[in-house]
Design a binder for this molecule. Structure first.
Ligand SMILES: N[C@@H](CCC(=O)N[C@@H](CS)C(=O)NCC(=O)O)C(=O)O
Length: 97
């Protein structure tokens, strides 16, 4: 499902992290548009996560809002909950259109 033009989502992750795997599975199931950035394959992504989110824990969802604000959401359960809410909202808007 294509997201609205306003918010962009980026997941910082790496392959061997089970919490990342769980989160990636939810992204696939929910069909929410999320760019994946592997911090083990790309050192700049790791630096961005450290500087933006203030820690290198993964998974971390970077939420870039239309108003220019950025949130860094940690904890796989919280990320999955947020994505499910986003998908639900997109589905509602699609049905209204
Ligand atoms: N409770 C967290 C656990 C996340 C976690 O332990 N991530 C590990 C990788 S599997 C990690 O990033 N460790 C390195 C660090 O914290 O800097 C979640 O559910 O997301």
């Amino acid at each position: 499902m294509t997201r609205s033009q306003s918010t962009t989502l980026v997941l910082y992750h790496y392959d061997s992290c089970p919490f990342c795997a769980k989160t990636r599975s939810s992204i696939d199931e929910l069909k929410v548009e999320v760019e994946l950035r592997n911090i083990q394959l790309n050192h700049q992504h790791r630096i961005d996560l450290q500087q933006g989110g203030k820690k290198t824990q993964v998974p971390c969802l970077r939420i870039d809002e239309a108003n220019g604000e950025t949130q860094w959401l940690y904890e796989s359960d919280d990320i999955i909950h947020y994505l499910a809410q986003q998908q639900h909202e997109l589905f509602r808007l699609t049905r209204m259109a």
